[in-house]
Design a protein around this ligand. Structure first.
Ligand code: T68
Length: 836
């Protein structure tokens, strides 16, 4: 056994000195103070909240690391199939509160910190968000890591260690301004593994040889080398001692590459420049969501990360000394969107060029290893790379892709001999000028399963972008795993009082591990005390958000008003413009109301938040309009408390944790058929907020679960969108009259310089209204009126909210992970043994 490899006396010596984790408040303080004094070299007299955070984080980290070491050791010894989740984005947010929850010693730390003169809340808020993602896709990856660890799956995440995460958003004079997010100056949650490096090659050329057996072999030579260095982040599970690993790669110049020639000849600056060029690869997260721009550096990032990860995975497999055909039984690789698709030709290259397998043997291994998750059907988001760029950067991979394509097209031709155009339609290479590599097709061809992220979306990919592939492979290759969220962060951490109330009724916190237990809450829908407490918690969360709004923006909002929230990336398909036009419509209505009418209206606070991609002008215009409307409305004496319009700056994960528990209504109003799933819809409902939404993405399944009386649906259906768009272009098109009135008020300068909003208005009036804002406007406004009416009946509203929470059990990311494990990965949990 592996244990026998270390002699007993040495093992005894080691065990004697294995660190003992803290248990009491006293022991916690001993650790925290030791870290502040020695690790940070700071005394009692300069221990500010930042230092207290660091001491607390390091004390908990010590405990985490002990379990991490054990988990990794156990996974190595057990040697069962591992899952590798490849994602360019992990939107983790803060780690300390999560670490305390998983370790279960928060109460001890609260007491200890208070003895030292600090409040836990202030300490937690010292931490910088780890914001290595744009939006839903990156946060999904973070929820999945949490669930994989909590369910004891041996699983690693692989990503990039960006020096700059998603930019910080400042709103200056109503405009978005981007500020770099330099987040690494103190990050206690990562461990630099300076001994774990991979050399990654770029550019160069391909040589062909014949080996001794007369076999043709290709060899990729020349070009330049960049070194990948591993940084590991522990991912603790809840209610288990499993701690998985997230490995992020940082780039630097390869040691052999640092040009000493230049250095010695006095060209110090240019040799440093080489170093910096290498470090550029992992410098910054691309800030676009649902858009591909074909930048060379982005492709470099993708290959750098795929090559380092595959090398690492293959190295680990080779240590087991199993035959290659076992690879798919030991390794499952999940591709989070097409961003890691290069892993497919990279594994094929390793197997044929380096390990000497023949093509078919290698391809059979590759195509059993990968699963591909699609997150969008938007054409502008589907990744394509130009063939000349590929040829230049990755010449050997381009050859392999051509060979994969050839084999695939021959197969299609054999099976569909009568269909003339199918070959050009499904070819990985698009015959354009320049030719393009279609990454989604490569991902489909190289994977054994392809999944969408909500039922409607998974159906849509089968009838639109992958229609031909369903015909070729049959429907079984395509499946659905509806997204979910981790209840640990999005219920317990974000809303501790609600979590506690639920626990008091359900007899403990088991629901955090099995969210379907929430259904037992339905028994309390009519329980007076429960209802009162539930309502008080919602109110307290609204007070907390109101205070945050006052502190950051200086605007007072009434916590008894209806809080109407839309926070997510700003994108035309998500239709924040529909929301703000609705707000203007409401404003105009209020201005025309008699005092009696005003008395009947429920006061409302319209809250917006979210970042626009820096180059996305239309999205930035929407932000500007919201701010201009806020400026006018919030200071209009005729309006008073009846309407406030708020733009929250720099929406991120830790702000979402304050915002989600504080909504009465949240908006998920994408044009039907465009939002693959959405996940914030789930976060709001599980925190006792209702939804206004379109029949899109996961809204449909949320409706099925909670009941259609508990959600406000409106608008056209996905199946009608195409025809409507067609009629806009070629039929007679009339603008909705109330929307026309809204446009009149914008154009007459009510919200400042009308010229600033011309493109926004014209896109709807003159350029086809691609996102169907006008078509859905009447239905949207009518539904908002229904919401006003429903909110007046607080009793019924409360019943809807409680019932909805009770029926949200399906939307745990634990359920997602079990589905992936069963349908796609074919992996089992590894339950940690107690005695270790
Ligand atoms: C989101 N996608 C979907 N993409 O829009 C959302 N894209 O419906 C879904 O719930 C979520 O994924 C999880 O499945 C994104 O967030 C991106 O952020 C992105 C980033 C880079 C390139 C393209």
């Amino acid at each position: 056994s592996v244990e026998a490899s270390i002699p007993e006396p040495q093992r005894a010596a080691w065990k004697k000195f294995t660190p003992k984790p803290f248990d009491t408040a006293e022991e916690f303080n001993a650790e925290a103070v030791r870290h502040i004094e020695t690790t940070l070299a700071r005394s009692m007299y300069n221990c500010d909240e930042g230092a207290a955070y660091a001491g607390t984080a390091l004390a908990f980290r010590d405990r985490l690391v002990l379990d991490w070491n054990k988990t990794q050791q156990a996974q190595t010894f057990k040697d069962q199939k591992r899952v590798y989740y490849l994602s360019l984005e992990f939107l983790m947010g803060r780690a300390l509160d999560n670490a305390m929850l998983n370790i279960g010693k928060k109460d001890v730390a609260v007491k200890g910190l208070s003895d030292l003169g600090f409040r836990m809340e202030d300490i937690i808020s010292q931490e910088h968000d780890a914001a290595l993602g744009n939006g839903g896709l990156g946060r999904l990856a973070a929820c999945f890591l949490d669930s994989m660890a909590s369910l004891n799956y041996p699983a690693w995440g692989y990503g990039l260690r960006y020096r700059y995460g998603i930019f910080k958003q400042e709103i200056i004079d109503g405009y978005q301004v981007e500020v770099p997010d330099y987040w690494l100056d103190f990050n206690p949650w990562e461990f630099a593994r300076h001994d774990i490096t991979v050399d990654v090659q770029f550019y160069g050329y391909v040589s062909k040889y014949q080996d001794d057996d007369g076999k043709n072999v290709s060899f990729w030579e020349g070009g330049e080398i960049v070194q990948a260095c591993a940084y590991d982040v522990p991912i603790a599970g809840y209610g288990t001692s499993t701690v998985n690993n997230l490995r992020l790669w940082g780039s630097k110049a390869a040691s052999g590459e640092f040009d000493f020639q230049k250095f010695n000849s006095g060209e110090y600056e240019s040799s440093v420049a080489d170093q910096q060029r290498a470090e550029t690869i992992s410098a910054v997260l691309y800030p676009n969501d649902n858009l591909e721009r074909g930048k060379e550096l982005r492709l470099k990032q993708q290959y750098f990360w795929c090559a380092a990860s595959l090398f690492d995975i293959v190295r680990r497999f080779k240590k087991t000394q199993r035959p290659w055909k076992d690879f798919p039984n030991q390794v499952a690789i999940q591709l989070n969107d097409t961003h890691p698709t290069l892993a497919i030709p990279e594994l094929q290259r390793i197997l044929i060029d380096q390990e000497g397998l023949d093509w078919d043997e290698a391809w059979s291994i590759v195509s059993k290893t990968f699963g591909y998750t699609n997150h969008t059907v938007l054409p502008e988001a589907l990744e394509k790379w130009s063939v000349p760029l590929f040829q230049h950067l990755l010449p050997r991979h381009l050859q392999i892709i051509y060979d994969i394509n050839l084999q695939f097209l021959q197969y299609v031709e054999r099976n569909f001999p009568k269909e003339r155009d199918i070959l050009s339609r499904v070819s990985i290479i698009e015959e354009a000028n320049p030719k393009m590599v279609r990454m989604a097709y490569l991902a489909v061809i190289g994977s054994h399963k392809v999944n969408g992220v909500a039922e409607l979306h998974s159906d849509l990919i089968k009838t639109t972008i992958f229609k031909d592939f369903v015909k070729i492979y049959g429907p079984d290759k395509f499946t659905n795993v509806t997204n979910g969220i981790t209840p640990r962060r999005w219920l317990h951490q974000a809303n501790p009082r609600l979590s506690e109330l639920i626990a008091s009724k359900l007899g403990g916190y088991d629901f955090l591990k099995d969210l379907t237990l929430l259904h037992k809450l339905e028994a309390y829908v009519d329980d007076k005390d429960f209802r009162k407490e539930f309502q008080e918690i919602k109110y307290a969360n609204k007070v907390r958000l109101a205070k945050y709004i006052k502190d950051t923006l200086g605007v007072s909002v009434n916590p008894s008003a209806l809080f109407d929230v839309q926070v997510k990336r700003i994108h035309e398909y998500k239709r924040q413009q529909l929301n703000i036009f609705g707000v203007i419509h409401r404003y105009l209505a209020i201005k025309a109301m008699s005092p009696e009418e005003k008395k009947k209206l429920a006061p409302r606070v319209s809250i917006f938040g979210g970042k626009a991609a820096p180059g996305y002008w239309m999205a930035k215009t929407v932000i500007h309009l919201v701010n201009q409307v806020g400026k006018v409305v919030n200071s209009d004496k005729d309006v008073g408390d009846l309407l406030k319009v708020i733009y929250l700056e720099d929406y991120n994960v830790s702000k979402a944790e304050i915002i989600c528990p504080a909504s009465d209504i949240s908006e998920h109003i994408s044009t039907a058929g465009t939002e693959a799933s959405g996940t914030s819809n789930m976060k709001f409902v599980i925190n006792g907020g209702l939804i206004i939404g379109t029949c899109d993405g996961a809204n449909i399944e949320i409706t099925r679960e909670i009941g259609e009386n508990n959600i406000f649906l409106f608008g056209n259906l996905a199946e009608d969108v195409e025809e409507l768009r067609h009629s806009h272009m070629y039929g007679t098109y009339t603008l909705d009259p109330s929307l026309a009135a809204v446009f009149d008020s914008i154009q007459s300068g009510t919200f400042g310089d009308a010229g600033a909003f011309t493109s926004l208005v014209n896109g709807i009036v003159d350029h086809g209204d691609y996102y169907l804002v006008s078509d859905d406007f009447a239905s949207y406004c009518k539904t908002q009126d229904l919401i006003d009416e429903a909110y007046r009946n607080q009793d019924e509203w409360l019943t809807k909210a409680i019932t909805s929470v009770a029926r949200m059990g399906f939307f745990s990311s634990d359920r997602c992970i079990d589905e992936y494990a069963e349908m796609i990965w074919n992996t089992e949990p590894l339950v940690p043994s107690k005695d270790e």
